[in-house]
Design a protein around this ligand. Sequence first.
Ligand SMILES: *[C@@H]1O[C@H](CO)[C@@H](O)[C@H](O)[C@H]1NC(C)=O
Ligand SMILES: *[C@@H]1O[C@H](CO)[C@@H](O)[C@H](O)[C@H]1NC(C)=O
Ligand SMILES: *[C@@H]1O[C@H](CO)[C@@H](O)[C@H](O)[C@H]1NC(C)=O
Length: 457
Amino acid sequence: MEIRQCILFLISSALLALVSAQFSFTGDLPPGPYCPMVGCCGGRKDECSKPIVGTLCYCDDFCENRTHYLHPDVTNNDCCPDYYSFCKGIIPPPEEIFAPECKFNGRKVQWRNSVKSNCNLCKCEKVGQNNFEMLCETDVCIVESDILDTVNSDSRRYGWAASNYSEFWGHKLAEGIAKRLGTLEPHRFVKHMVPLRKHYDPNSLPRNFDAEREWPGKISDIRDQGWCASSWAISTAAVASDRFAIVSKGDEAVSLSPQYLISCNNRGQRSCEGGHLDKAWLFFRKFGIVDENCFPYTGQEETCRFPRKYNLIQSGCVPPFGVNRKEKYKVAPAYRLRNETDIMNDIIKSGPVQATMKVYHDFFLYKSGIYRHTDLSSQDRTGYHSVKIIGWGDEYTENGVEKYWKVANSWGRAWGENGYFRIIRGVNECDIESFVLGAWPLTVDPNTKNDVLKKKK
Ligand SMILES: *[C@@H]1O[C@H](CO)[C@@H](O)[C@H](O)[C@H]1NC(C)=O
Ligand SMILES: *[C@@H]1O[C@H](CO)[C@@H](O)[C@H](O)[C@H]1NC(C)=O
Ligand SMILES: *[C@@H]1O[C@H](CO)[C@@H](O)[C@H](O)[C@H]1NC(C)=O
């Protein structure tokens, strides 16, 4: 019995809700009943009314006429919400119920409901008396079909092809700039950093070089930073990891922890909202960092659970097998590389380098080829991003021989050429040759494998 009453109640409230949809008053209605308080009237009796949200609703037969005969195209009326059920004993079939809606890309959207159109939210809103329309935000999205189509319609001329990445689809360009990059004020650090001076013969440099081929198994894997603006930490840890592996000849093939920088290097840094490279390298040099196993990447603002003074063992971390390291991983002061050949020379001598580039809208969509920035975006919003240059080469194209850098990004393996991109070399494309850094790793003594930190240049 009780269950039955409960079900009946549920059904009747559902019906009431359906009927109220027909009612033109909007907003949260005070609880009924309305008509039962005054009864129902035949014909027109203005007294058969009840106050409701600042006006009156009616329970006389005339309430239907106000709309049906006077304005046949108008479906809402001023009958009380329970007029049809209480006075007429009828529940209108669902299709007759007035449910305001909008049409959008061939589908129906109910009044006040929203749907997403790429990165913009569109809402069915009431515009004017009885008119409902989809109103959309008008922000620029990361994936804009104009850019995709134009680049891909002539990718030989542009030099690269574009892709619609599902990870970026539905996100605003502003979000991409704020959360997928993450390097602050590169112009500032360059002023304070000493350039490396080394003597070498620029003509002796090879035409092609790839650190992955030169040092197989010693180059760190491509990461996906996620929606955390941590390229400052990821590229720093990646360049240092590679150099530890290369310089130690594999004894210290460690994957260093960018999360340690994100979480523990917080003075003047903004963890998942970007960081300064000079501060990251300074922290690395002074306090050292731990390895990935010890503090894995989550791409979130985790609390630092390692006291700075603790060494590797006290921090609960395990050095590579056969290596007697107690100190955390540290580096000598980072240095700046000034031009194309300096960069090439340093990669050959010491391993991959860190570069900071200006990211324009179209870069997010890069799939393959030799990237150069186009002016296809309607927005000139940009941001700085740090990456890792691992090699170079050249290629015959429609535009002649083109020199490129091979660069590791941190947007996962599914992006670009297996996580890498190539960008035109020697012309400081997107400022990529302006802010290039390297650092020497302080490995354990190669002979004793003991914790003797050596400083080499
Ligand atoms: C409603 O309008 C019709 C047509 O004008 C009229 O015949 C009928 O009497 C009206 N009903 C009421 C209750 O006013
Ligand atoms: C991009 O991919 C998404 C699915 O991931 C799809 O819904 C959308 O229509 C695609 N956009 C373009 C412009 O190709
Ligand atoms: C870069 O700088 C070095 C040292 O100043 C110089 O020897 C070299 O020729 C330069 N390379 C280029 C491409 O300008």
